[in-house]
Ligand binder design. Sequence first.
Ligand code: CDP
Ligand code: CDP
Length: 224
Amino acid sequence: RENVPIITIDGPAGSGKGTISQSIATKLGWNLLDSGALYRLVGLAATIKGIALDDEVALSVIARDLDVSFKPGDSGIVDIILDNNLVTDDIRTEEAGASASKVAAVSGVRKALLERQRQFQTDPGLVADGRDMGTVVFPTAKIKIFLTASAEIRAERRLNQLKQQGINANLRGLIRDIEERDARDTNRKDAPLIPAEDAIIIDTSTMSIDEVVNTVMEAVEKVY
Ligand code: CDP
Ligand code: CDP
């Protein structure tokens, strides 16, 4: 497994990790790990079961026993199934993101998810998206990318995503949500949001998706 190539793509909420990772994985024909989905699922499962989002013992059990599967669904979207329920949309809300960042600060949860994430390292290669892919989960990856953008730009991106779903949101509220989540992710003790020492940092604030994808592909072509 150690010889399977990995590209890690880390960064804060709305920096473009999911979009860029999907595009790179499709171009290369590699597997994709959306590690944030796992933390979102732990948050959702805990909320459904009425477990407090800082109860380390109970949350660690949920993370360890998480019954989840990822199946190709309609129009290229991956269906996410938790305990036989389709939760693809439920885990994508800002509320689910906030719950995810709370359970993600619990060390027992991170430990329980570590091996599960490493199992995604399968042929012919893996693109791994998250916060600590390059620093903790796959520290020997040869290509590490860290995407950033200002909080305001990231909130505007979220606003547009919500608009496309017919949801009206307020930009100030979204900026506040994003800044709160950034602070929680950056200040936690275990696997904080920080670029790996050998990461390529890309500020995407004024870049199109294609420009970001091309910048990442240039780095990939130098190594593979
Ligand atoms: O996964 P993450 O939260 O980092 O971001 P995302 O969900 O992939 O991207 C947030 C939104 O920003 C998406 O609607 C993208 O289309 C848009 N976007 C981007 O990802 N990169 C740019 N350079 C410009 C826009
Ligand atoms: O797409 P977006 O960046 O908004 O969120 P996400 O990547 O789905 O992550 C949701 C939350 O899970 C983050 O705010 C982090 O607190 C946590 N997370 C983490 O701690 N470590 C990871 N590798 C991925 C996500």
